[in-house]
Design a protein around this ligand. Structure first.
Ligand code: HMG
Ligand code: MG
Length: 298
């Protein structure tokens, strides 16, 4: 069995200018859960000036039925203040392996971001006894501003996040350039922490995400972020196209004989109302195939 952390409602929508009604987002999340996804990153408590699409975070979380493991991004104490007004017991702090990227994404250097996360994590732990904290590292292979990133640099940031007290680290291949040999080179540097505490967050900008999943799975990693319909990308990484589609990941894993707990047909339909509102066609391959098989091709 692999863990799939569905990030579509957050990572998939954060980049979209066309406002999506909060109710549509809540229905999207409910459909994803009904399809079998039990971990969903639902929104961000970031500045609405930076990411207007997710300005309805408080309202959205209040609309979600209890049960699944929902999480949200929190960049600073101000964001935590809002997150704590909800029942969420999972948050994610986020930095990168490149200062050039973090400055554009969160207006801080990597060091400044780690310092900003310290009081966030401490207070969250004090307020939520069963709280779970994820730390993201973006630009793990290449940064759109700084170029290629040394695997050793990524491993240093991973160490810093674990030392700060996060429960898991998600490794973001933000611009979707990587191939398996680069992922294997990075894996070679990630020796300080158990594989069960690392999640891979691949983008499929150039069609290499599933090849990278295969190399991570072969190396013994069993947790992946993905986004229904391949929605999304990062607003502060030009050219970062879609995230890896959850449909592609589910198809690949199940066909390899690895269970996901997700019903592909239900999943393939879950994002259709959102795609319609965004005026976007279905492009994820396994989603297209699943819809065709259920005779609901768009
Ligand atoms: P800043 O402008 O440096 O912050 O932004 P500031 O402290 O100077 O505050 C500026 C204004 O924002 C103030 O309001 C604050 O009150 C307000 P004003 O006085 O002007 O009216 N503010 C906030 N409001 C609501 N919630 C908050 C908050 N913080 C400040 N939390 C900041 C710094 C971090 C806030 C900003 O840069 C930001 O929100 N960045 C978020 C960018 C983002 O969400 N990026 C996408 C997520 S990362 C990603 O997608 C990559 C990932 O998927 C993995 C991968 O693929 O690599 C995770
Ligand atoms: Mg992403």
């Amino acid at each position: 069995m692999i863990r799939i952390i569905e990030v579509g409602p957050r990572d998939g929508l954060q980049n979209e200018r066309q406002p999506i009604a909060t109710e549509v987002k809540a229905n999207f999340i409910n459909s994803l859960v009904e399809a079998g996804l039990s971990e969903v990153e639902v929104t961000s408590f970031v500045s609405p000036k930076w990411v207007p699409q997710l300005g309805d975070a408080l309202e959205l979380v209040s609309m979600l039925p209890a049960g699944p493991d929902y999480s949200a991004l929190v960049p600073n104490e101000k964001g935590l203040e809002r997150a704590l007004q909800t029942g969420l017991d999972r948050i994610a702090v986020f930095t990168a392996a490149s200062d050039e990227f973090t400055k554009r994404n969160i207006n801080m250097t990597i060091e400044e971001s780690l310092e900003a996360f310290r009081p966030v994590i401490e207070r969250f732990r004090a307020e939520r006894k069963n709280g779970f904290v994820r730390g993201y590292v973006s630009t793990i292979v290449e940064c759109p501003y700084a170029g290629l990133i040394e695997p050793k640099r990524v491993a240093q940031v991973v160490d810093s996040l674990f030392t700060l007290g996060v429960d898991e680290v998600s490794l973001g291949e933000t611009i979707g350039v990587a191939v398996p040999s680069e992922i294997r080179a990075l894996i070679g540097e990630l020796t300080n922490w158990p594989k069960s505490r690392i999640v891979w967050h691949f983008h499929d900008t150039r069609g290499t995400a599933i090849a990278n999943v295969a190399s991570a799975m072969e190396a013994g990693y069993l947790a992946f972020d993905s986004s229904a319909a391949g929605l999304g990308g990062c607003p502060y990484a030009q050219g970062a196209g879609g995230n890896m589609a959850t449909e592609d990941l589910v198809y690949f894993a199940e066909r390899c004989g690895v269970a996901t707990g997700v019903n592909l047909e239900k999943l393939a339909k879950a994002s259709l109302p959102v795609l319609t509102r965004l005026g976007k066609p279905v492009t994820a391959k396994a989603q297209l195939a699943a819809l065709a098989a259920s005779s609901e091709a768009p």
